[in-house]
Design a protein. Structure first.
Length: 327
């Protein structure tokens, strides 16, 4: 297992560098200039001084060749120096670590909520194939897959916040609220809408994958044999069917973890949630290269870790995969 894990980690290293190069090149090829953006935000700033402006261009290496800028940035990033945000005037590292807990809070709750809802619905839909429940779940899943997340978020705000006034429109908390219980409940109320919207779209697709994986396994001979031997249905489903259906299910669920971070960009922007997604959106709009690249690299790391976790879960579920890889 240790050798397998080490081999998978080593395979991810060249992928990481290749993606970092592509991200850096695409961000720096975008139209716009961070110093011009800073001047637009503050026309009376010292950047009207050509010498100070050139000093800033030298500091940010904006006049260097693209490959030189990439190598300079890569060296700084690997040593933990992500540079300064030209928009916030703060170290990029401080900005990311200040917003990261908020995004983790939202995405983890959304991921768990989606898993708790999708897993039983998908399994039960496969067990009750062609029943009213199965047809209802299938129709609901197709509707959920077809709805854009931003549209669903706006409809949720209109219904539950504007008309019914059950939940707050945006933000993470109500300013000036006191009392531990009131602050906790206020945070939960602010979380409900963005977490449900972010998780609902994935629930729709997960239900379809889980149903398909279960149906494929339920038609296998070993499942029929277990039923023929008189094994209880619960035991057959949990020990034989679900365990063998978990490999494609793990693939989808684990590899969709980056979606929650990427999808949070839209949800956090709509709900004014102060997280990584909103920070990345503001960085791209404001031509803040250091911040935008760092946010995208964070998403890259999450994606690579999700792939690694999925590979390790494969081995835990089915040890034959490890044997095959060794062969």
């Amino acid at each position: 297992m240790k050798v397998y894990f080490l081999k998978r980690v080593l395979e991810l290293i060249p992928v990481f560098f290749a993606i970092s190069f592509i991200i850096f090149m695409l961000i720096n090829l975008m139209p716009g200039d961070p110093l011009i953006q800073m001047r637009m935000e503050n026309p009376r700033s010292f950047m009207n001084d050509p010498e100070r402006l050139q000093a800033l261009r030298d500091y940010y290496h904006l006049d260097d060749p693209l490959i030189v800028r990439y190598l300079t940035w890569l060296k700084s990033m690997l040593t933990g120096d992500f540079g300064y945000s030209s928009m916030y005037k703060l170290p990029v590292k401080d900005l990311i670590f200040s917003r990261l807990p908020n995004t983790l809070y939202l995405t983890v709750v959304s991921w768990l909520l989606g898993l708790i809802v999708a897993l039983p619905i998908g399994i039960f839909s496969a067990l009750k194939k062609y029943s009213l429940f199965d047809y209802s779940a299938t129709v609901a899943a197709f509707i959920g897959i077809s709805l854009p997340s931003f549209w669903f978020a706006l409809m949720a705000i209109i219904v539950f916040s504007v008309h019914l006034k059950w939940l707050p429109v945006s933000g993470m908390s109500t300013y000036g609220l006191t009392g531990e219980w009131r602050v906790f409940w206020d945070g939960v109320r602010h979380l409900i809408l963005p977490a449900c919207v972010l998780g609902f779209v994935q629930v729709a697709s997960w239900v379809r994958y889980i149903r398909t994986a279960m149906l494929e396994v339920l038609d296998q001979d070993y499942v029929r044999t277990a039923y023929a031997k008189g094994a209880p249905e619960r035991k057959v489903i949990m020990r034989h069917a679900l365990k063998n259906a978990m490999i494609p299910i793990v693939t989808i669920i684990a590899l969709d973890i980056p979606y929650f971070f990427g999808g949070a960009l839209i949800i956090e922007t709509i709900f004014s949630w102060p997280g990584m997604g909103r920070l990345m959106y503001q960085a791209v709009i404001g031509s803040d290269y250091n911040l935008a690249i760092s946010c995208l690299m964070f998403l890259t790391v999450i994606t690579l870790i999700s792939n690694l976790v999925a590979d390790l879960l494969y081995v835990l579920i089915d040890p034959r995969i490890r044997i095959t890889r060794k062969a």
